[in-house]
Design a protein around this ligand. Sequence first.
Ligand SMILES: CC(C)(COP(=O)(O)OP(=O)(O)OC[C@H]1O[C@@H](n2cnc3c(N)ncnc32)[C@H](O)[C@@H]1OP(=O)(O)O)[C@@H](O)C(=O)NCCC(=O)NCCS
Length: 309
Amino acid sequence: MEFETIINPPQEVFDQLAQLTSDPPENWCFKSEDYDLWKATYDQLWLVTVVEKGTTNFVASVSLTRWDGPDGSLYSIGMFYCKEKYRGQGFGKPIFQKVFDIIGDNNATLTGAVKMSAKYDKVFGFNKCPEHWHWFSSVKCADVKIPDIVSEEYSTKDWTEVDYEALTAYDRTICTRDRKKYMTAWFKLPESVTRVVLNNAGQIVGYATIRPVLNNRFSPAPFYADNLEAAEVLLRDLLNSIPNWKTYETFGFTYPGCNKDPVKLLEKFSEGKESISTVKFFRSQFTKKLIATPDHKVYSVSDNAHQFV
Ligand SMILES: CC(C)(COP(=O)(O)OP(=O)(O)OC[C@H]1O[C@@H](n2cnc3c(N)ncnc32)[C@H](O)[C@@H]1OP(=O)(O)O)[C@@H](O)C(=O)NCCC(=O)NCCS
């Protein structure tokens, strides 16, 4: 068998990658539309893939994005994956090296899977990390029950009904980099719903986007709230905004392990602790400079391929 490396291959190659990484044991939350989303929003995308020569049969991949800002370009590496039967045969590391070489002297980030994190640190210098790991907690929709009572101090609105400047200003308290362009793109995805939670004084105290992803799951990502009460109101209204949400298999949160509230939130919305499954997922890693995030507000990061919060 011969192989070839293609940068930004046809959609059908991405679709195989999205499906493979959505299946167990990875259970990543992506879908077909993410390829166009990344192409349209980042200042540049390199999806480096190895395929069986002359075909579109996926073998291995890694993606790199460049996100320009006043503080310089932030590069991000994601979607590092090799089809199981081809692992350990030297497909992965060379394509990783290839995208790493593009980064040059700029800051770069990635979300390092448990078994790979130390290697990214030692071999490629991704050694600026927060203390905590990120965890993934999910619940079966069949076990979910919307609580009868949630706080009356908060209410939600669709993102189109709030002042967009105020919403993006709120986001700057989560992510110090300007994400206006990215947020608009997430919110406008065909099947996504975004709701904003406000306190009784009308101030924004959180927001979340929810969308269906592969394998009949849905993904509330990002999900940010200033406190657990506001998060409860937000989750209730998000679920109620998805027709037939009970027919999906699962949903889950990807959150910094120092924040215990995402699990409390899932407990409040399910039959109890046994309904929730939790795995250690990844470490947020940077090469030059760690970009700090307000972890107590983060119930789910927006996209664990190319965003750090
Ligand atoms: C991680 C993965 C992509 C590596 O692909 P691969 O083709 O099997 O890797 P290679 O054959 O090139 O690896 C050769 C060696 O280099 C290591 N290596 C591979 N990529 C590396 C990288 N980017 N940095 C440091 N070391 C790396 C491998 O761990 C392996 O080391 P070992 O022989 O001590 O185990 C593959 O194992 C995979 O798809 N895993 C499941 C998905 C996943 O966890 N992805 C990482 C997300 S952060």
